[in-house]
Design a protein around this ligand. Structure first.
Ligand code: OGA
Ligand code: MN
Length: 297
């Protein structure tokens, strides 16, 4: 039997009583999957998984993505996306430094946005005994439920465009500005035209029904949503700003305080998340696997 301890009001749970270094039997895996989808973000503490063990466990949820940022994949393991501010012997960034400046859900700009991501905490920055680099999660299903019936109705049929090109361009510009200000010390890899061109903009419904839980949520996020269709940019910006502010209210948020060895897994359909950059130049190293979700229309 696994133990599930709730961490937040609407989202977040700690799962113990499982060892993810060896394959789970079908019954235990089903329990884990149920607890995961029910709580939207779960932590498995003290796992210290190898890349191969992380891949083997998360692959049971579906197809693993190889990230479009090839230079940030782990050598020999295309399914592992490195998130780190560390550099190699030549001084080049070993991974993506900044995957979470804006609220976002992973790969939401794809025709098949991610179903879930799993982040393995290999090295966590600690200052004066306190772990830095918390990750924040906001439940868009809880946020949707809390809307008035009138607001829910007004969102029906509304569409939004997610743009990888716009996202990477604004994220990279923000990184360069951080470098100029001395807030960040390691140069991020620049987006290439090949990367940008390989992920075309995608249009999808604002209200999305979760394929496993059936819960409805808001599939918009400040990182990747470019605009709402069928209205002026000004109206779209104003409407989105109001919705974003609604989603990130404290009642819908769980903040994860990392410990090395954590495997944290979150639902990219039900949640959005954001990083906090309070640790540079202390080293941080995380390995992410990302499970592909169904096609959005
Ligand atoms: C990610 C991400 C946030 C963080 O791994 O997808 O957004 O705190 N990470 O590093
Ligand atoms: Mn992310």
């Amino acid at each position: 039997m696994i133990q599930v301890k709730k961490l937040g009001l609407h989202l977040g749970a700690e799962i113990s009583g499982v060892d993810l270094t060896t394959p789970l039997d079908e019954a235990t895996f089903a329990e884990v999957a149920h607890a995961f989808f029910d709580n939207e973000v779960v932590v498995f503490p003290n796992q210290f998984l190898t890349p191969a063990q992380q891949i083997a466990f998360t692959r049971r949820f579906g197809i693993l993505e190889a990230h479009v940022r090839k230079e940030s994949r782990l050598d020999g393991y295309d399914e592992i996306f490195i998130l780190s501010n560390k550099v190699d012997a030549q001084g080049n960034a070993i991974g993506a430094q900044d995957a979470g400046r804006f609220w976002h859900s992973d790969l939401s700009y794809k025709r098949q946005p991610s179903m879930l991501s799993a982040l393995n905490a290999v090295e966590i920055p600690i200052k004066n005994g306190v772990a830095l680099g918390n990750t924040l999660f906001a439940s868009t299903t809880a946020a949707y439920l809390a809307l008035s019936e009138e607001e829910k109705k007004s969102l029906q049929g509304l569409r939004n465009v997610h743009s990888y090109r716009e996202y990477r361009t604004k994220n990279y510009a923000a990184q360069l500005e951080d470098m100029r200000l001395g807030i960040r010390t390691v140069q991020e890899h620049a987006p290439t035209e090949e990367q940008l061109a390989s992920v075309p903009d995608t249009e999808m419904d604002v209200i999305r029904t979760h394929p496993v839980t059936g819960r409805q949520g808001l599939f918009i996020n400040e990182g990747h949503t470019s605009h709402l269709t069928g209205m002026s940019r000004q109206d779209s910006d104003a409407r989105l700003a109001k919705l974003y502010a609604h989603i990130v209210q404290p009642a819908f948020i769980y903040t994860h305080h990392w410990q090395a060895g954590d495997l944290l897994m979150w639902d990219n359909i039900a949640l959005q998340h954001k990083a906090s950059f309070d640790y540079d130049p202390l080293p941080r190293l995380m390995y992410r696997t990302t499970v592909r979700g169904p096609v959005v229309t």
